[in-house]
Unconditional design. Structure first.
Length: 296
């Protein structure tokens, strides 16, 4: 009835799989857990992850070369036995022991179900504060907020979805970081039934401030690419709307000049132990505006 699918790369997934396996065995319905390693370079973690194959209905395999998250998820979906897929990122963990039960899979009428994401209240190391603050402020949102923008609120790091729906929505295999924007756009265009519930996972894998800034830039590059290729509207994400507002009000050139002047100071703050999300938003808008300028 349920295929749990976990793409991984250089991350220990044994605790996650053991947790899910225990809950699924208690659920008394058919299941499988499939882990696909995207050609990890850390051999110690790879060999440790292989041990999950000893658990009932658990399978571990590895790509022959690094394909990226989107193609890895596609391969997992194609190999899945069952009609319901539960995608889990490697670096999450269910917040409660009734995680599987709360999805109510046997009676579920929606096409895609998102339970939310949360973060540990304990502050992380100083060099990981930006990712932690961003996650707690922007990603960890209650159901009442998520349902206002039901598609844009979906984070594929933990998502229950019908197999036929996923295969149709995951129709692009480009190895882009931040390709979720295309995925949720496809879900919206397909007008699938999206449901939000209170059933979060804890996001454990925090990147360093520097790494998160670089990944954010890559995500913005993907957004710009999809927009330029007319795959998504130019006003789909809030950052696109903010850019258009600056342009409409004739403030874009002034904004770019001011941020350019203080760019190094802003980056120094973002890489510090007390990063400002306001400055992070300005920097993101500045970087996106630079990408847009290249096409003029």
């Amino acid at each position: 009835m349920l295929s749990v699918l976990i793409p991984t790369f250089n991350y220990d997934i044994t605790t996650l799989v053991e947790n899910l396996s225990r809950q699924l065995r208690d659920s008394h319905f058919a299941f499988e857990i499939r882990v696909l390693d995207d050609c990890s370079s850390n051999t110690e973690i790879y060999h440790h992850n292989k041990t999950i194959s000893a658990l009932p209905h658990c399978h571990f395999s590895q790509n022959k070369k690094n394909l990226g998250r989107t193609a890895t998820r596609q391969a997992l979906a194609e190999s899945a036995k069952y009609d319901w897929l539960l995608f889990m990122d490697a670096d999450v963990l269910p917040q409660n022991e009734n995680f599987i039960h709360h999805f109510d899979i046997e009676n579920q009428k929606a096409d895609v179900v998102f339970g939310g994401i949360t973060y540990d209240n304990k502050k992380p190391e100083k060099d990981k504060m930006l990712r932690w603050k961003y996650g707690k402020s922007r990603e960890s949102r209650p159901v009442s907020e998520r349902i206002k923008v039901p598609y844009l609120s979906i984070i594929s790091g933990c998502c229950l979805i019908k197999k036929e729906v996923f295969l149709k929505a995951n129709s692009f295999l480009n190895n882009f970081y931040g390709a979720d924007v295309m995925f949720v756009q496809n879900l919206e265009q397909m007008q699938v039934r999206a449901k939000h519930i209170d059933n979060p996972v804890i996001h454990l894998g925090l990147e360093t401030n520097t790494s998160f800034i670089e990944k954010t830039k890559r995500g913005l590059e993907s957004l710009y690419f999809f927009e330029k290729e007319n795959k998504i509207p130019d006003n789909y994400r809030p950052i696109q709307k903010a850019y258009q507002s600056l342009q409409k009000n004739g403030a874009l050139r002034f904004f770019m000049a001011i941020i350019r002047t203080f760019e190094k100071t802003m980056l120094k703050n973002l890489e510090s132990s007390s990063p400002s999300l306001f400055l992070f938003d300005l920097y993101r808008l500045y970087y996106y505006s630079q990408l847009k300028k290249q096409s003029l």
